[in-house]
Design a protein around this ligand. Sequence first.
Ligand code: PLP
Length: 389
Amino acid sequence: MMRRVYLDNNATTPVLPKILEAMRPYFGEHFGNASSIHHHGQETRAAVEGARESVANLLPCRASEIVFTGGGTEADNLAIFGLAREGDHVITSTIEHHAVFNACKHLTESKRCEVTYIPVDGRGLIDPEDVKRAIRPNTKLITIMFANNETGVVQPVAEIGTVAAGANVYFHTDAVQAAGKIAIDVNEIGCDLLTISGHKLHAPQGVGALYVRGGTPLEPMLYGGSHERSRRAGTENVPAIVGLGKAAELASAGFKRGDDLKMATARDRLERELLALDSTGLNGRGACRVPNTTNVYFDGIEGEALVIALDLKGLAVSTGAACSSGAIEPSHVLTAMGLSRDRAKASIRFSLGKQNTEEDVDFALALVPETVARLRELSPTWPRPAISI
Ligand code: PLP
C-alpha cells in the first residue's frame, strides 16, 4: 500500500485514539439526553459538565463562561451576531478566516453595521495602533484572529485587548488555530469572547466552543430550549462535546510535556530545508508563528499543481487559494500581506499535527524538491539556464 503522510493539520486533525475512546460510551450505553432528570440524563449531564471544566481549564476561565457550539464557524457567528446591533460599528482585519470575514460582510450587506478592515504589514501583522485609530464612538466590537490559518502568524492580541478595554469595546478573537498549539490565557489577552474548534485539536468535526466573559450581553442565534444557559438552544452533541473536553485535557497536558517544542523542531527542519531551495521564501517571515505551520512560496509553480502532484505521491498539503466561479483565486491573506497574485498562487501550507514524526518530515523533504524542480521544468514561463552550444 502506498505510504501516505498528512501535513494538512490546519484543515483538520485526525481524532486521537484516547479521544475516540473517551467518546465511545456516549454513542452506546450512555445515550441519555443531558436535559433529562432521570439516571440516563444525569450521566450525560455529568459528562458535558466535565468537558466544560476541561475546556475552561485550557483557556483558563470559569466553566460557566463556556458555550458549546456546532463548530468554530458557529462560535464566530455567535460572537459577531450576538453582539453587533443595528447602527453599531465593528472592527476586523483583512486576513480573517471566512467564518469571520463573511459574517462581517453580511453585517454591511444587510446594512446593519459599518465594518472597518484593518490591514496587515508584509509579515502579516496588525498594528494595534491602527485598531486604536479605527475606534469610533459607536464601535461595539473588535474581532481579530489569534493565529492565522494559512501562515500561522500570531497577532498581538494582548495589545489589541488593551486597546479594546481602554475604549470600552468588546473584543472577540478567533483562536481556532491557536488552541492546543500555544498557551492561551483569556485574562492576559483581555478578550470578552474567544472561539475554539474541536477538529483542529484532534476532537471530531462539528463541535466547538465560545468563551463568553461573564456579564457580556450576548443575544442567542438559535432559539429553543434553555440549553447552554439560553445562549445556544438545541440538545447537546454529547459524544462530540466529550471529545472536545478530552482534547482540551490532552492539549493542556501536552504543553507540560513539550509537545509544542517537538512540533516546532520538526517544522523548523522542514522549513529550513525547503527554504534552501532556489527561488523560495517564507510567508510570515519575522513574525511570531504557531509551532506547526509553515507557508512557503516556490516561484514559478502553480500551487494547485504542486498540491496535486504531491498528493499523487502520498503527501497531503494545501494552498490557501479559493476557487471562485471556476477560477482559482489567490489567497486573500497572502495578497493582503502584499504578495503578488503569482507569488500568492505559488504558495503552499505545510501544517503538522501531534501524530506527525520526523520520518514524516523526511518523506516530505524527499518529495517536495524534486516535484518543484519537475514542475518548473514543465513551466513555459520559468527561466531555464542558458544552454551553451
Ligand atoms: N477560524 C479559523 C481560523 C479556522 O481555521 C477555521 C477552520 O478552518 C474556522 C474558523 C472554522 O471552524 P469550523 O471548521 O469548526 O467551522
